[in-house]
Design a protein around this ligand. Structure first.
Ligand SMILES: *Cc1c(COP(=O)(O)O)cnc(C)c1O
Length: 356
């Protein structure tokens, strides 16, 4: 056999949510947006993609898109990197700050990609459990920990919960290492850490157009950091990491920000009534500031069967083998959530009658 590095041979590899190729699924498993991206996106692709543009390499630093991001978010262009999805940016950050036996600390449960990226670097990862049931406080151990990198996903996945800015600021004040805030879902939350950026040069904020902007298929992420941090990270970036279609579409998407904001409001409204409806079915629903909810039922040790049964009815939600008591459900359109609820009622009713 070929000799892989030992860590590669032993590791599991990150398991993404299913992307069924058949049609007809109500797809509530990978936090995509049920609404279309801004109209400007397809229009720009139709008008601006020419054979000549396709034949050339794209701008290496995604200049137009970076300047547009700068204008929209009020951050200077030399403090922005555009990535092929925010996953690529996380990858660059882990490679930049972690090597053999260095230490990354993050909370648990959270986005499991962090573990995969740390493993590839042969770094030690410290998974510090949230304290208490509300997932809204940073454990003092996490604040005090000496590490080479700390990562906080806020709002957190899979829980959907949000850590208030006072807590985040405490973390920044008590840490000397780079602190990454993965804000993939922040547009569905009440605030962002962006105003803290000028004050804390070790803060790196990672964002994406995959969720709130309905562009998961184009793979566009971006980060905000101090310009010296950006300089260092750019050494690790592929020269032409973001393709020209995505660069063009990204600019157009930001021009359609108003449509994005409307979609976000609709999703938040759906999230609120859907959470209430789940509670009346007897589920515990964590307070969510994201476009999904994390739920469990006190009467089940595992929701795997419920997940399977929903899947056989062509409704896909996320079941994580690591958190069997829970399901993560993306917020779709109102009608999709109604259908899910009706099916859940039927499934739970049946199981109860069988004395489960
Ligand atoms: C979806 C997601 C990402 C990745 O987003 P892409 O930009 O599509 O790569 C990063 N972090 C978290 C927590 C996510 O849920």
């Amino acid at each position: 056999m070929l000799a892989f590095r030992k860590v590669v041979e032993k590791m599991e590899g990150y398991v993404p949510g299913e992307q069924p190729q058949e049609k007809g699924f109500i797809k509530l498993n990978t936090n995509e947006n049920p609404y279309p991206p801004p109209r400007e996106v397809l229009k720009a692709l139709q008008e601006k993609v020419t054979p000549e543009r396709l034949a050339l390499y794209p701008p290496p630093l995604s200049d137009q898109l970076r300047f547009k991001l700068s204008e929209v978010y009020g951050v200077p262009p030399d403090q922005i990197i555009v990535g092929n999805g925010s996953d690529e940016l996380l990858n660059i950050i882990f490679r930049a700050f972690l090597g053999y036996r260095s230490r990354v600390a993050y909370l648990y449960p959270t986005y499991t990609l962090y573990r995969t990226l740390a493993t590839i670097q042969e770094a030690d990862y410290l998974e510090i459990p949230f304290q208490g049931e509300d997932f809204q406080q940073l454990p003092s151990r996490f604040l005090a920990e000496e590490a080479d990198l700390k990562v906080v996903c806020n709002p957190n996945s899979p829980t959907g919960t949000f850590i208030p800015m006072e807590e985040i600021e405490k973390l920044l004040q008590s840490s000397r290492c780079p602190v990454v805030l993965d804000e993939a879902y922040v547009d569905f939350a009440e605030e962002s850490a962006l105003p803290l950026l000028p004050k804390y040069p070790h803060l790196i904020i990672v964002r994406t157009l995959s969720k709130s902007f309905s562009l998961a298929g184009l793979r566009i992420g971006f980060l905000f950091a101090h310009s010296e941090v950006v300089k260092g990270l750019l050494k690790l970036k592929d020269s032409y990491n973001v393709n020209i279609l995505s660069q063009i579409a990204g600019v157009a998407a930001l021009e359609g920000l108003n449509q994005v904001k409307e979609n976000i409001s609709k999703i938040k409204r759906t999230r609120e009534w859907f959470s209430q409806a789940l509670k009346s079915l007897g589920f515990q629903v964590l307070p969510s500031q994201a476009n999904f909810v994390f739920v469990r039922s006190r009467s089940y040790e595992s929701l795997e069967k419920v997940y399977q049964e929903l899947k056989s009815r062509k409704i896909l939600v996320r079941f994580f083998p690591e958190w069997k008591e829970w399901l993560r459900i993306t917020i779709g359109k109102d009608q999709e959530m109604q259908i899910l609820l009706e099916n859940l009622k039927e499934i739970l009713g049946k199981e109860w009658n069988q004395g489960a």
